[in-house]
Design a protein around this ligand. Sequence first.
Ligand code: SF4
Length: 346
Amino acid sequence: MQLLKMMGFAWNVVCRALASVVAALMAVTGVVAATAVTWNRTAGVDEPAVPLSVNYHFTRQCNYKCGFCFHTAKTSFVLPLDEAKRGLTMLAEAGMKKLNFSGGEPFVRDGGRFMGELIKYCKTELRWAGISISIVSNGSLIQEKWMRQYGEHVDMLAVSCDSFNADTNRTIGRQQGARTDHVAKLYQVREWCGQYKIAFKINTVVNTYNIDELFVEHIDRLRPVRWKVFQCLLLEGENAGEGALRNAARFYVTDEQFDGFLRRHAEVQTLVPETNDAMRDSYLILDEYMRFLNCRNGKKEPSASLLDVGVQHALRGSGFDEQAFLERGGVYLWSKQQMSEAELEW
Ligand code: SF4
């Protein structure tokens, strides 16, 4: 028994050392690997995962009203900038290598300045951590001035687009007011990404209203490095059930319908599909209070804030499934330094 314990301890030490080496390599090369996230599981010890890839939903506010939105505007709270920086420093110290800013709409806050300052902080003050930065935005509030000021620090910018048809976007709620031209702005942001050397990505939620649409021609023209295609997800308390601000039931598509959409777009090389099952526990979601959101029971249950209890303690309440994260391809080329010029140009 004693021998087994000692072997377990030795293995744990080896794994920790391996994780440090991998983290250091990743910091230097920008190349990501799965080892850092799995070492503790391999060791068979009861320790939380390294928060390798974190999605920070720092605001729930948004200027759009998508009917299926599953992170709705329940509060208008945003942390003070210094507190957000403190939390990001803690995450960097715990091994974070990728930080994705999301919302709500991240450009709602100060026209993107709040997020821009956090991004700059990660790439300058926390440079030692080698964190790759991505953003998910609806694109509508992005200004060229912001791209000029902060673009050099952004590795990847994803713009959400569920349709290239103005009527469908209106039906879904992907617009602000009657005059918004979501598609025109998408093309504009794409052009800026080429100009300011940011990898461009498109996110699409497949739902009842776009299920029959063919995206191939526009995706060919926009040339995203990734086209992430999600099956519309229902989450209790967000877009389904009691207390929800949305009722997304009318948007829901079955697995078969989702498969059909994927088959019709099989020729698109950059398409990365994500079913409801793949999505559910495979994201580390940090909310506006820096609490991890546990989606294991089909709703979002918050952990304690990492600002109060530390990263390791908060992670225990995250419900994060690192195996599911790896299986859905959560680890890929995050750093634009690793991408070819051609991928970053228009
Ligand atoms: S743009 Fe995103 S955050 Fe805003 S309402 Fe739509 S899905 Fe929700």
